[in-house]
Write a protein that binds this ligand. Structure first.
Ligand code: CA
Length: 400
């Protein structure tokens, strides 16, 4: 039905199967678990507690005060740990998969403004703001930092998935998302919603588009520590995770703008995590005719809608591709968040979300469960930013 469809969703997320790992000389057969500890227990002693019971610690997640470990499958180790007073919760560190259909190859020479960027009014907003000095983290498959239509805006990359390795993009998804946010306004290819925003490629998925919940949490931790203002999350899972929910909550409380794809489940009440969590801007997808994309998830958690069908953007190797999915809608909203923050960098994530909702354009024919407050809109941002900033200050004064 779709000429090109990037069905970028995580299917029923699988629990990581029993795998074999080595802890010292001892073979550990067990499942990957995230073990959340009580805040007052130092992670070092938490490590010792797990190791004493034959667990192999794989990673620390300081943001949620947790450890990722393989816990022996034999015996009742997991049950016993579950009752330990230092431990709040044990959950599976399950894999989140991305699934996509082939993208269409496009020969793009002279720069064009992609229809989605035009539809949300970004070119008109550039008279006021271009996203300059706003830090946007793209939690994804990595970014081709050398792409000539992105390079000047890519200010950093971080490989969470394979620490110590270059954070390139062997998949293409992350580079495509990055171009929607901030492809350069030059003579080449395409232009992004916020063409001067500073992009940071945080690689949490491998080239097959697979990553663990713990990789997402570690990516959010990196974003928070490195003072990212906007985080783009073009992925989702149908299965909730306490660790992910807590990580999201901490980032929202810290004032970051979190934007996530609603999901490609194509039915009502199917908004995925993390879009489903409070404080996250959940983005559904529309096509060129303002219809909801058939694949788009919908439900009461949808915050706004954005273009997500036949979206032209950057692709690794200096190329361009057309892709579809709420993965493509999400970065349109993240780009608008960057434009707003460029106007007033002191706005909190909640204030930015409020501006995005108040300035969104209600599309006739779409229900609130399909479009939230409406189509994300870049043109009203200047006046709205000033208005909300003034009002926000007044709110704080009256509250104190
Ligand atoms: Ca360009």
């Amino acid at each position: 039905m779709w000429p090109v469809l990037l069905a970028y969703y995580t299917g029923a997320a699988m629990a990581a199967g029993a795998m074999i790992a080595w802890s010292g000389n001892k073979k550990v057969t067990g499942r990957r678990k995230i073990i959340l500890f009580h805040q007052e227990k130092p992670l070092l002693s938490c490590r010792a507690l797990l190791q004493k019971r034959g667990g192999q610690v794989l990673k620390e997640l300081p943001l949620v005060h947790a450890l990722v470990a393989r816990i022996p499958a034999e015996g009742r180790v997991i049950e016993e740990l579950g009752l330990h007073p230092d431990i709040r919760l044990i959950e599976d560190d399950f894999e989140v998969h991305t699934v996509e259909l082939p993208a269409s190859r496009i020969q793009q020479e002279k720069q064009i403004v992609p229809w989605g960027v035009e539809r949300i009014g970004a070119p008109k907003a550039w008279q006021v703001a271009t996203g300059r000095r706003v830090k946007v983290a793209v939690l994804d498959t990595g970014i081709d930092a050398g792409h000539p239509d992105l390079a000047a805006n890519v200010r950093g990359t971080q490989n969470i998935k394979f620490p110590g390795w270059r954070a390139g993009d062997g998949n293409g998804h992350g580079t495509h998302v990055a171009g929607i946010i901030a492809a350069l306004n030059n003579n080449l290819g395409v232009v992004g919603v916020a063409p001067r925003a500073e992009i940071y490629g945080v690689k949490i998925f491998n080239r097959h588009g697979d990553g663990y919940i713990s990789d997402i949490v570690a990516g959010l931790d990196w974003a928070l520590k490195n003072k990212m203002q906007v985080v783009n999350m073009s992925f989702g899972t149908t299965r909730p995770s306490q660790a992910l929910e807590e990580a999201v909550r901490k980032c929202v409380r810290a004032g970051m703008v979190l934007v996530a794809a609603a999901g490609n489940e194509g039915r009502d009440d199917s908004v995925m995590y993390p879009a489903r969590y409070p404080g996250v801007i959940a983005v559904s997808a529309i096509d060129k005719n303002d219809n909801l994309a058939s694949f788009s998830s919908r439900g009461p958690e949808v915050t706004v809608a954005a273009p997500g069908v036949d979206i032209l953007s950057t692709y690794p190797g200096g190329k361009y591709r057309t892709m579809s999915g709420t993965s493509m809608a999400c970065p349109h909203a993240a780009g608008v968040a960057a434009l707003i923050l460029a106007q007033d960098r002191h706005l909190s994530g909640r204030q930015v979300a409020r501006i995005i909702c108040r300035t969104a354009i209600k599309l006739p024919g779409l229900s609130p469960r399909e479009q939230g407050d409406g189509l994300v809109n870049a043109t009203a941002l200047a006046a709205a930013a000033r208005f909300i900033a003034a009002r926000g200050t007044a709110d704080e004064e009256s509250a104190s």
